[in-house]
Design a protein. Structure first.
Length: 266
């Protein structure tokens, strides 16, 4: 598989880092001021590789905050200009892809709901053909490892060379400790299928509770994951989406400084 070959460089670069690959930032872009405040604190910490913020938010039911849309893309441009951090956002349609590329977004991630739909994933792959961009593929909402692998193959077949997988857990019915069950065996299976593919853990979406984020982060690193995607908001209590699972920049800094200090990440 092409992704197995093309991801080797990324994998080696990740392994050589003094800390994991870190993607951090708010769940949603809510205002330019909110993005810049959060980004400036993450940039000062110097551990964040990609600053993430959702521009378009796929919500389960209508009426909830569904993102600011295209108006937020210049905000991410300004974050990059002022902090030097690369930027990342979620895409779920071909229009999202074209708009994000037009504004120079460095990393596009395909969300769990989109990964679960091969038709949607293929359309995104077609739109990405020829693009020089990092693409992250989140696991599907349902625990179907072949569906996850298939989505990665579609992106690879489109000629994308810098691909990462993101493990954000799997939906379950009923009350559980976590928002999404980790089912660690599935990302470990994926790693066996594509050993060179970097796999990033999203402890925010697995936990659904900021108090559990450090536990999930540590577990993922012990299992050999290559990095973390963590939601960080300058004022989580005022967040318009996923308020309970976002860290403050100060809590994020403590997590990074206390738990991922040396080359072994611990």
């Amino acid at each position: 598989m092409e992704a197995q070959v093309e991801s080797k460089k990324s994998r080696k670069q990740t392994a050589a880092r003094p800390h994991p690959m870190i993607i951090a930032g708010p769940c949603s872009a809510e205002s330019e001021d909110q993005l810049l405040r959060t980004a400036s604190k993450l940039a000062a910490d110097k551990r964040t590789d990609f600053f993430r913020a959702g521009i378009w938010k796929p919500r389960t039911r209508p009426g909830n905050f569904e993102g600011v849309g295209n108006v937020g893309l210049p905000w991410l441009q300004r974050v990059k200009e002022e902090t030097g951090m690369k930027t990342a956002t979620e895409v779920a349609t071909t229009t999202h892809v074209y708009e994000a590329l037009k504004y120079g977004i460095d990393c596009l991630w395909i969300g769990a709901r989109t990964t679960a739909n091969p038709f949607a994933t293929q359309e995104i792959a077609n739109a990405l053909r020829g693009a020089n961009v990092t693409v992250c593929v989140k696991n599907p909402v349902n625990p179907d490892p072949a569906l996850w692998l298939g989505a990665i193959e579609r992106i690879s077949d489109a000629g994308i060379k810098d691909i990462m997988a993101i493990h954000r857990g799997f939906s379950s019915y009923g009350k559980t400790r976590y928002r999404n069950m980790p089912q660690w065996a599935i990302p470990l299976w994926l790693k066996k299928q594509i050993p060179a593919l970097p796999i990033i853990c999203d402890p925010s979406h697995i936990a659904g509770n900021r108090e559990l984020v450090p536990h999930i982060a540590r577990r993922s690193v012990l299992l050999g994951f290559d990095g973390l995607m963590i939601e960080v908001h300058n004022d989580p209590s005022e967040a318009l989406s996923d308020a309970g699972q976002q860290l403050t920049p100060e809590a994020f800094e403590r997590l990074m400084a206390g738990k991922f200090r040396n080359s072994s990440y611990l």
